[in-house]
Design a protein around this ligand. Structure first.
Ligand code: FES
Ligand SMILES: [Fe+2]
Length: 359
C-alpha cells in the first residue's frame, strides 16, 4: 500500500492523471520496479550485436541485472547476472567468453548457465553441481531487436507486442538489417513516466518544437493505441526532399512510423535512419535515456552519417523535450500539481498510458 503524505494534506484540486508523489516517492518507484518493470518484455539490444557463440550483453530490467548470451547451438539465452555461489555480478558491458566465469571465486557455468567448475570442490562436500544453474529469464526477438522478460509465466513476445510489428513493417527498410551507426545517452533528473508522457503526446510540438521539427505536419499526426503501446504516424509537410537540422532526412510523401512499446522503448523511422530511445529508470527522480541510431546497408550508402555531427544536431530536439519534462518534475511537490484536462487526440497517448499503469 502506498503511503501518501502529500495526498493527506493536499486539497482535491485535480481529477485526472497521477498524483504528484507518483513522480518522486520511493515506495511508488519500488512498486513500479516490482510490477511494471519486472513482468514486461523489454528491449535490451540487437541480435546482430551477438553474432557468435559466447557473445554476451548485459542490461538492467528495472532493477534486475540480466545478461543475454549466444550459446554453443547459436541460440540466445537470457539469465540473471548473478552468481549462484554468493550472488556476485558476473558480467559488465559486452564481450565474448567460452565459459561464464565469476570474478569472485571463479565458479564457472556453461553458455546455458549450468554450473561446471568449482575451485577446491572438496570444500563443498554436499554440493551437487548438476542441480545448480544460473536463473534464466525469457528471451525472444522481433525485427532483430532482443527482448527479455523476467517473468517466466509471461505471455509470448508476439502476443505482448499486440500488432506493433505489423505496424512497423510498413517501413520500407528491412528491420533485421539495421546496424548501429551511433549511440549516446542522457541522464536526466526526471521521473521515467514524464519522459513517456512527453513522448506519446504531440500537443507540445507547436510550442516546443515549432522550429526544430518544422517539417512535421503537426495537425495530421495520428496516435492510435494497441495493447499497452502507442503508434504515432507523422506525415511531413509538403516541401521537397530536405534535411531537418541536417540530421533527419525526409520527403513529403513519406510517413514517419513512430511509437512507444511499453515500458522502455521508443522507435522512430526516417528516410535515412531509425532512431530508438531506450528508457531506464535509475531512481524516482532520475532516468537514463539511451539514444541508438540504426541504418540499413542501403541507408549507410545513401546517407552516410558522421556520428558526432549527427548527435550534435539530434541533441537539440532531445534537449527541448527534457527542458519541459524538468518543468513538470519541478512542481510535483506542489499542492497545486495536477492534470485538469487532457487534449483529445493530441494527448490520447497519455490517457492510454495512465490506463495501462492503473491496470
Ligand atoms: S560469488 Fe561467484 S564464485 Fe563466489
Ligand atoms: Fe517532444
Amino acid at each position: 500500500m502506498i503511503i501518501n503524505d502529500e495526498a493527506t494534506i493536499a486539497p482535491t484540486l485535480v481529477s485526472l492523471g497521477l498524483p504528484g508523489y507518483y513522480y518522486f516517492h520511493d515506495e511508488v518507484f519500488a512498486h513500479e520496479m516490482r510490477t511494471v518493470w519486472r513482468s514486461t518484455w523489454q528491449c535490451v539490444g540487437r541480435e546482430s550485436e551477438l553474432p557468435n557463440p559466447g557473445d554476451y550483453l548485459t542490461s538492467l530490467i528495472g532493477n534486475q541485472p540480466l545478461f543475454v548470451i549466444r550459446n554453443a547451438c547459436g541460440e540466445l539465452q537470457a539469465m540473471h547476472n548473478v552468481c549462484r555461489h554468493r550472488g556476485a555480478r558476473l558480467f559488465e558491458g559486452m564481450g565474448n567468453c567460452s565459459v561464464v566465469r565469476c570474478p569472485y571465486h571463479a565458479w564457472t557455468y556453461d553458455l546455458d548457465g549450468q554450473l561446471q567448475g568449482v575451485p577446491q570442490v572438496h570444500l563443498f562436500p554436499d554440493l551437487d553441481k548438476s542441480t545448480v544453474r544460473l536463473l534464466s529469464a525469457q528471451v525472444d526477438t522481433w525485427g532483430g531487436f532482443i527482448f527479455v522478460n523476467c517473468d517466466s509465466q509471461a505471455e509470448s513476445l508476439m502476443s505482448y507486442l499486440a500488432g506493433f510489428p505489423e505496424y512497423l513493417k510498413q517501413y520500407d527498410q528491412p528491420w533485421e538489417e539495421l546496424r548501429r551507426v551511433a549511440s549516446w545517452s542522457y541522464t536526466e533528473p526526471i521521473n521515467w513516466k514524464f519522459i513517456v508522457e512527453n513522448y506519446v503526446e504531440d500537443y507540445h510540438f507547436s510550442t516546443v518544437h515549432a522550429e526544430s521539427l518544422h517539417s512535421y505536419d503537426f495537425p495530421r499526426i495520428r496516435t492510435t493505441t494497441t495493447g499497452r503501446h502507442c503508434q504515432i504516424t507523422v506525415p511531413y509537410t509538403a516541401e521537397k526532399l530536405a534535411k531537418m537540422y541536417d540530421a533527419m532526412t525526409w520527403e513529403p510523401q513519406r510517413l514517419s512510423y513512430q511509437g512507444y512499446i511499453f515500458p522502455n522503448l521508443m522507435i522512430n523511422t526516417d528516410l535515412d535512419h531509425v532512431s530508438v530511445f531506450r528508457l531506464l529508470p535509475l531512481s524516482p527522480v532520475r532516468s537514463c535515456i539511451e539514444v541508438l541510431i540504426y541504418q540499413t546497408r542501403a541507408q549507410m550508402e545513401a546517407f552516410p552519417i558522421d556520428p558526432d555531427v549527427f548527435q550534435g544536431k539530434f541533441h537539440r530536439v532531445m534537449e527541448e523535450d527534457f527542458a519541459v519534462c524538468r518543468l513538470l518534475q519541478a512542481n510535483v511537490h506542489s499542492l497545486a500539481y495536477g492534470v485538469t484536462k487532457l487534449a483529445i487526440e493530441r494527448e490520447l497517448g497519455i490517457a492510454h498510458f495512465y490506463t495501462v499503469l492503473s491496470e
